[in-house]
Design a protein around this ligand. Structure first.
Ligand code: FE2
Length: 248
């Protein structure tokens, strides 16, 4: 069994809760689809844990911290610059800081394993393109995306979990009782977000893949601790904490 996680966004409490949930299952590999950092209060701590995962892709926020934020709103841009300053701190050593930067800079944008493609956003634009549930009504866009998918694709980026079928239907996890059987037809699965869910469910989200069975997991975590940490950091807008309560 594999665990697929994405969009941790420096939320250590959510990441720890998800890793504890993963440890309850016989998971042999953890794949992370990017956006380990950005927005939240614990970039170093999250990165240190994620560096132990088997595959870790680059997300747009990881890239923005490495290079420069492009097309970010002022709140996200400020959080990006603060995150960069935190990764520059030699904690606990200069070598530790250097190895985090080196690790980030080496992240791939895609990973293909048999008939499974992993991306942060989409195969057309792995870092930045969103595939939203309402895109099922954008037939041209979805046909073009499906044409680039070997059979199955797992992605993050929107922070909205669910299944997209090639017949252009979208199923949220609760509509399918948190479980979906892959049946050979092309399918996209958004694994949701660990650290900043935006589907109005404030629990951390990730996916277990066991053969052809996808299981969406929702994990409660101590979000008030995360919110309090964000409130203490001037460069992180309070909204970044407040939004965690409503999962939006
Ligand atoms: Fe993200």
């Amino acid at each position: 069994m594999k665990a697929l996680i994405s969009d941790i966004h420096s939320n250590l409490e959510a990441l720890q809760a998800v890793l504890a949930d993963i440890a309850q299952h016989s998971v042999e590999a953890i794949y992370c689809l990017g956006d380990v950092i950005g927005y939240g209060p614990n970039p170093r701590e999250c990165l240190d844990r994620i560096m132990e995962c088997d595959i870790v892709l680059l997300g747009n926020h990881d890239q923005a911290v490495l290079f420069d934020p492009m097309n970010f709103n002022p709140v996200a841009e400020r959080a990006t610059m603060w995150t960069r300053s935190q990764l520059d701190r030699p904690l606990p050593t200069r070598a530790a800081a250097d190895s985090r930067w080196e690790y980030l800079s080496e992240r791939p944008m895609k990973h293909r394993e048999g008939d499974i493609l992993l991306v942060h956003g989409s195969p057309r634009n792995p870092l930045n393109e969103y595939i939203f549930p309402e895109d099922i009504y954008h037939e041209t866009k979805m046909r073009s995306i499906f044409a680039q998918v070997p059979r199955y694709q797992f992605q993050g980026h929107t922070h909205i979990p669910g299944i997209f079928t090639e017949s252009l239907e979208f199923f949220s996890p609760d509509e399918i009782e948190y479980e979906y059987q892959l049946d050979g037809r092309k399918t996209l699965c958004n694994v949701g977000s660990v650290g900043q869910p935006r589907d109005t469910d404030n629990r951390a989200c990730y996916v277990l893949l066991d053969g052809n069975t996808i299981r969406f997991r929702r994990v409660e975590y101590d979000l008030e601790t995360t919110i309090a940490k964000i409130r203490e950091i001037d460069e992180l807008d309070n909204f970044l904490g407040e939004r965690l309560r409503g999962g939006r």
